[in-house]
Design a protein around this ligand. Structure first.
Ligand code: PRP
Length: 215
């Protein structure tokens, strides 16, 4: 079959991704967690993994450096989905993209300061609400921004809500339900149809098998 590259999101998502790929019969031939390498052969001779930051996965797939990617829906919403198909919800790394603010604190009248790394998502969301905002781009620790009077509201990923609670904040509105998705480069889908369809179908079966067990 044609050689294909799958871009995986490192960190928390990777811990959920590898067992699912193993159930689909695709495993790295060495331990990713114990290696400083970025490219890994797999038990399918024609398939390799690259392990990169979640924010970079849509870029790799859109530009065709990777044929397939595993990316959080949050990253896809922020980056945009041009040049990619999204054939499968992997059902892993589920969480929500939410607004949040300090507990028991009223919002100011007029423009609201919003700190987030999801500036495109936030811009669209507040525009649709008809709310005037000033967006402040941050790269981490969004929960700190209201505490330090940098922002009134944050837009961030909420899983257990523990991070918000620990910093005196509470979730407000859900912008989107998030999980990891399989994305495929549209032109690779045509050129490498057999190999890509094989991977998509293996994963589709693995996801369905999990749903059947948990139903
Ligand atoms: C995410 C997010 C929150 C936290 C939410 O950060 O930005 O800080 O998880 O999880 P919780 O609701 O269970 O507390 P992550 O740890 O993924 O690190 P990041 O800031 O690098 O994305």
């Amino acid at each position: 079959m044609e050689k294909i590259t799958i871009a995986l999101t490192k960190g928390r998502i990777l811990k959920d991704t590898l067992p699912l790929f193993a159930e689909a019969g695709i495993e790295p031939v060495e331990n990713i967690a114990e290696s400083r390498k970025l490219i890994f052969d797999t038990t399918l001779a024609h398939v390799q993994f690259v392990v990169i930051r979640g924010t970079d996965v849509p870029t790799y797939v859109q530009l065709g450096a990777a044929d397939i990617g595993v990316a959080g829906k949050d990253m896809l919403l922020e980056h945009g989905a041009a040049g990619m198909y999204e054939p499968l919800d992997l059902g892993i790394a589920r969480c929500r993209l939410m607004t949040a603010m300090m507990r028991d604190q009223a919002l100011p009248r007029g423009k609201i300061k919003v700190a987030t790394k999801f500036v495109n998502v936030a811009r669209r969301y507040f525009a649709a609400q008809g709310t005037q905002v000033e967006l402040i781009k941050l790269y981490g620790a969004m929960e700190l921004a209201p505490l330090m009077n940098l922002a009134d509201v944050i837009v961030d990923i909420v899983d257990t809500g523990n991070t918000l609670r620990a910093n005196g904040m509470e979730p407000a509105d859900t912008i989107a339900d998030i999980s990891s998705r399989l994305v495929v480069n549209t032109s690779a889908m045509k050129r490498k149809h057999e190999a890509i369809t094989d991977v998509v179908e293996r994963l589709r079966k693995a996801v369905t098998a999990r749903e059947t067990v948990s139903a």
